[in-house]
Design a protein around this ligand. Structure first.
Ligand SMILES: *Cc1c(COP(=O)(O)O)cnc(C)c1O
Ligand code: SF4
Length: 349
């Protein structure tokens, strides 16, 4: 196992980014790994790397390249049509009242299942001042947009000052009422959640943060402390997980994850069905699995632990929530419903 320094910059500097570096620590096929990394970049920082316990475990699967990435010719690079829905570079505008701003294409660890696999870790396409001006100019005209989501890559890979510049520009748009940051860093590099970052974020309330944990083993003393710093500052935390084959595809694992997240004050928000992104086919599973997971949670644990299970419609139609079949039939007088124990009741309508 790797030891890691305390400071987040130093931790990042010691990231494993080549096949050779990984092969020094883990039993992997170095040549195959090198081939994969040419197409899809590799980065695992030593903190997240230290969570790996055994080959093929749920942490390993999320960040160690798999030969299946190169042989997968299913799906497409951009199934959600994010590029065509981009009116100005870096901005995705799919829904009338909210937009996603891609502020970074760097992450503290590159997840092999990433839905933006086409761009993360690739060219250093930074959000320059000129491009930010263009984004703000567009958003000023779009008076229906009331919620802007910073995403990437990972927004918290930016320096605190860079992030502050972006938040200041968005905060200055009068119809933008709410800002959101979507980040995996409280999970993959919790040391980044410094007091000075949190102090800066407090200037931009109402600000919501959605974190991204996929497995109970990602919840450590360090990641719990990072979430506590954000929550103590008054930032509401949600969690988005991706349902991943071989990582978290059972009700038992997700029940533990969601319960622990509640103790971190991060409320499960979405459970994403994996998108048909090329190079991620080995993580995909049937919708039935997701429905079974949801049926295993509803009623069996706190309602606060229940995320929406969503698919994102290819082509850019947006997210659609899916629920297990609770309605067994209905007529003018009664609705027949199945409860969490499987018993069917008649409910008068
Ligand atoms: C998911 C998403 C959003 C945010 O959706 P919410 O349901 O409000 O969380 C906004 N824009 C795009 C393009 C998205 O994919
Ligand atoms: S942190 Fe998010 S954007 Fe970055 S690789 Fe993982 S899933 Fe993709």
């Amino acid at each position: 196992m790797l030891n890691h320094p305390e400071n987040w910059h130093d931790i990042l500097d010691q990231s494993l980014t080549t096949a050779d570096a990984v092969a020094r620590h883990l039993p992997v096929d170095r040549h195959r790994l090198a081939e994969i990394c040419e197409r899809y970049p590799l980065r695992i920082n030593p903190y997240y790397f230290s969570l790996i316990e055994a080959p093929g475990d749920p942490i390993w699967r999320q960040v160690i390249p798999d030969a299946a990435e190169l042989s997968d010719d299913s799906g497409c690079p951009d199934p959600l049509a994010e590029e065509p829905l981009s009116p100005v570079p870096h901005l995705i505008h799919r829904y009338p009242d909210r937009a996603v701003l891609l502020v970074s294409n760097q992450c503290a660890a590159y997840c092999r299942f990433c839905m933006r696999k086409r761009r993360v870790g690739k060219t250093a396409s930074a959000l320059t001042a000129v491009r930010l001006d263009a984004v703000v100019g567009y958003l000023r005209q779009q008076t229906r947009v009331r919620d802007v989501i910073l995403s990437g890559g990972d927004p918290l890979m930016l320096e605190t000052g860079e992030l502050e510049t972006i938040l200041t520009a968005l905060h200055g748009i009068s119809h933008v009422e709410v800002l959101r940051i979507h980040t995996r860093i409280p999970c993959t590099l919790p040391q980044r959640i410094t007091p000075s970052l949190v102090e800066m974020l407090r200037l931009f309330f109402p600000l919501y943060i959605n974190v991204h944990f996929n497995h109970p083993r990602e919840i450590t003393a360090a990641s719990a402390a990072a979430c506590a710093r954000l929550a103590d500052a008054g930032i509401p935390l949600g969690n988005q997980s991706v349902l991943l084959k071989g990582v978290n595809d059972t009700p038992d694992v997700l029940k533990i994850l969601f319960r622990r997240l509640l103790t971190l004050r991060a409320r499960p928000y979405y459970l994403h069905h994996p998108d048909p992104v090329r190079g991620t086919g080995h993580f995909r599973l049937p919708i039935q699995t997701g429905l079974r997971v949801m049926a295993g949670l509803q009623g069996h644990t706190s309602g606060l632990c229940l995320p929406h299970y969503v698919i994102d419609v290819p082509g850019g139609g947006g997210k659609v929530p899916l629920l297990p079949e609770y309605i067994q039939g209905n007529d003018e007088r009664v609705l027949r419903v199945k409860t969490y124990t499987g018993t069917v009741f008649e409910y008068p309508v």
